[in-house]
Design a protein. Structure first.
Length: 194
């Protein structure tokens, strides 16, 4: 995801040559604890490190106004707009908020140099207007439970001196279907809290 966004930041001239609004949308989908928010934090750190702005404005009207104001002052500065738990924001009872958010995602305000990155634990409840419309979310990234290879890598990085090879294999086997958050909590429970 970070690499994809970096590639986007380097493509402004190509967007301009095709007269396309210079924006992207990335939707991160997966169960709680699968690494979506950790990925968002990596993106935020990267954009800030490179002189950009990271926003997390949960109110769509305030988001519209904020983006418009920033662009009136900072014409070219990269912006990453974070929308955590987009499924909550797009509930049917929030029709006004939904329309405002969709207009921001569609680029109706013509705000350039922005990446909208949203997360959801429940992609199945999202309207196809979100999941099947590339002008809103161009990339859909699915986060699943870590594979045995990923769990082994994680345990090796975190517990290199605490586990023997045999214990490591057992930990990998016993943590089938654990989320990354659950793996972290297991390490805390065993090695920090005893």
């Amino acid at each position: 995801v970070v690499k994809s966004i970096r590639n986007f930041w380097e493509s402004k001239e190509k967007f301009a040559a095709l007269n396309c609004i210079y924006k992207r949308g990335i939707l991160l989908m997966g169960p709680p604890g699968s690494g979506k928010t950790s990925t968002v934090m990596l993106v935020v750190d990267d954009v800030i490190k490179n002189g950009g702005i990271a926003l997390n404005v949960p109110d769509p009207l305030l988001l519209q106004r904020t983006l418009t104001e920033i662009r009136s002052i900072e014409k070219e500065r990269p912006i990453v707009n974070i929308i955590e738990d987009i499924d909550e924001m797009l509930r049917p009872e929030n029709e006004y908020d939904r329309r405002l958010l969709l207009s921001v995602l569609d680029g109706e305000l013509q705000i350039d140099t922005v990446v909208h990155i949203a997360t959801t634990n429940h992609p199945e409840v999202l309207d196809p207007r979100i999941t099947q419309r590339p002008s809103r979310f161009d990339e859909l990234v699915i986060f699943a439970a870590p594979t045995p290879a990923i769990r082994e890598y994680y345990f090796r990085k975190k517990l290199a001196v605490q586990l023997s090879e045999e214990q490591l294999r057992q930990w990998v086997q016993d943590t089938h279907d654990f989320s990354l958050a659950s793996l972290r909590e297991l390490i805390v429970a065993v090695f920090c809290l005893g």
